[in-house]
Structures are given as structure tokens and as C-alpha cells.
Design a protein. Structure first.
Length: 147
């Protein structure tokens, strides 16, 4: 006998949208899952025909519920239970992000590139060659100077 309703967090896990049920529950609690245009709690019941939207930045996926199951499915069986109706514009955005990779790395984040490392080494070598003294101790300060 087919079920008529299922918890949304359990369904998201069973359809392999999230790796664990805990992650699916957290996504619901954080407002990343909506039914229609309404953000839902993990205990919300869904039925066949519902449209579920899942926000996994930078993309918002849309799925139509075709059938329900309470057990996690093999990847080959998922298309019998859910239809991916995500707009092509969202999928294109995902492709752009994959292609760009590390090209758009913001300055100051992550490890320096080889080029940045060479420039830093060159700068410090020049600074030492010009006689800049970066080592100092308290004896170099006057008694009147505050630290």
C-alpha cells in the first residue's frame, strides 16, 4: 500500500537530495527548503504533486514529488519518485560556478599563489638589502617613550 503523506526531511533524505537525514533536517530549520513559496519545518508532510524547492547556494533546485517512500532509494530508482524541474537558468548558474573555480578568488583569501609568494620574497629581500632593521629591542627606546 502506497503512502499518501511523508515528512519532508525524510523524503529529502530518501530521494538523495541530502546525504543524511540530519543534514536535511538542518536545511529545513535554516529556511533552505520551501513547499511552493512557503518555508517549511522538517515535520511538514508532503504528498505526490507537491513542488519542493531546495536552496543550495548558488542554486535553488525545484522538484516535483511523484511518489513517496520511507526508505532511502538507490540512485537508479530516484527518477520514479521525483522529477527535477529546476529552471535551466539555475543549472546554467551552477555550470558557470564550476567553470570559474578559483579564478574569482578574492584577494586575501586562501594561500598565496606562487606569483604572490615570489613578490613577497622579493620585497622582503629588497627591504633587508636596503638596510632596514626590523629587529629592535627595548634598549633602543628612550626612557620617555611609552610602549
Amino acid at each position: 500500500m502506497a503512502k499518501t503523506e511523508e515528512r519532508i526531511d525524510k523524503w529529502l533524505w530518501a530521494m538523495r537530495i541530502f546525504k543524511t537525514r540530519t543534514i536535511a533536517t538542518e536545511a529545513c530549520k535554516k529556511g533552505r527548503v520551501s513547499l511552493g513559496d512557503v518555508i517549511v519545518k522538517p515535520s511538514r508532510m508532503i504528498k505526490p504533486g507537491d513542488i519542493v524547492k531546495v536552496r543550495k547556494p548558488p542554486v535553488t533546485y525545484s522538484f516535483r514529488v511523484l511518489a513517496l517512500t520511507e526508505n532511502r532509494l538507490g540512485a537508479r530508482l530516484v527518477p520514479d519518485y521525483v522529477e527535477n524541474i529546476t529552471p535551466k537558468s539555475e543549472l546554467d548558474l551552477l555550470e558557470i560556478v564550476k567553470i570559474s573555480g578559483f579564478i574569482d578568488r578574492r584577494k586575501g583569501l586562501g594561500r598565496p599563489t606562487k606569483r604572490e609568494g615570489r613578490e613577497l620574497s622579493k620585497f622582503t629581500e629588497e627591504a633587508y638589502d636596503n638596510g632596514w632593521d626590523f629587529d629592535w629591542d627595548e634598549s633602543d627606546l628612550d626612557e620617555s617613550d611609552d610602549i
